[in-house]
Design a protein around this ligand. Structure first.
Ligand code: FPP
Length: 254
């Protein structure tokens, strides 16, 4: 990859194709997920070495609970193992971890391991690694809107002024784009510059709906367990050929 290429600050990945990867090899789907988890660790290191500052991966969606119990269990066990075993590696590589999604639905021991790993890595200043678990973009926006509404209620109540006009004024602040941004699971993170989806599907599947408003999208046929540093470089190369305008005009048209 050319050293001239601009490295996206935040890359998000929909890791698709674990099941197909396994089926092609006559293996159970769970083996595809296990291989996928190994690839996550490798790509995190590669992304870090390339200078990517934020990496966010879709590990388990709010819809994935409808999969057979055995597959859900196996995915949860992979996540459990990851939370328990990555502390040393995160310390060595200066990685900070944040889990996004509604964790209240997860087993208590997994919630505890997540909180522990987040707390232990919070001050690390290297790559920021977000793992989406029981995550859905619509669910995240609804949860954020509820939090913003409650914040507005509390502010209005504290002011002692109960008129509708005053509440509207308070809402204006709490329910603004910035106000809602602050209540999302990704509060404080920059929006993804580049969203990658593997294994040939070209849809968003409820991932980071709010945050990808201006992200560049990249789709590859490689199944997630086959995704490599070279694949990531190809995505970055494609990103460098995009003309990001954020709704404005191209430079030469101004
Ligand atoms: C989609 O492939 C993949 C998932 C639903 C799970 C992704 C999870 C991992 C890679 C493990 C995560 C681990 C860590 C440590 C973050 P699919 O099963 O839908 O594949 P298919 O479409 O080919 O059936």
């Amino acid at each position: 990859m050319s050293t001239e290429y601009k490295i996206p600050q935040h890359v998000a990945i929909i890791m698709d194709g674990n099941g197909r990867w396994a089926r092609r090899r006559g293996l159970p789907r769970t083996m595809g997920h296990a291989q996928g988890a190994k690839v996550v660790e490798q790509i995190l290191e590669d992304a870090d070495h390339m200078g990517i500052r934020y990496l966010t991966v879709y590990a388990f969606s709010t819809e994935n609970w409808t999969r057979p119990d055995s597959e859900v269990k196996s995915l949860m066990n992979l996540l459990r193992t990851y939370m328990k075993t990555s502390l040393v590696k995160c310390a060595k590589n200066n990685v900070s971890i944040r889990v996004i999604g509604d964790r209240t639905m997860l087993d208590q021991d997994l919630q505890d391991s997540i909180t522990h790993l987040e707390n232990e890595t919070r001050k690390n200043t290297g790559i920021h690694f977000q793992i989406a678990i029981n995550y859905g973009g619509r669910d995240e926006i609804v949860r954020a809107a509820k939090k913003a509404a409650l914040k507005a209620y509390d502010a209005a109540a504290a002011s002692g002024e109960s008129s509708r006009a005053h509440f509207e004024e308070v809402l204006q602040e709490c329910m603004s784009i910035e106000g809602l941004n602050d209540q999302l699971d990704t509060a404080g993170l920059p929006d993804p510059d580049l969203l990658i989806r593997t294994c040939g599907e070209e849809r968003i599947s409820n991932f980071l709906l709010w945050q990808i408003a201006y992200s560049e999208l990249y789709f590859t046929d490689a199944a997630w367990p086959d995704f490599t540093k070279e694949e990531l470089e190809k995505a970055i190369e494609a990103y460098n050929h995009r003309d990001r305008k954020y709704g404005g005009l191209k430079k030469e048209a101004q």
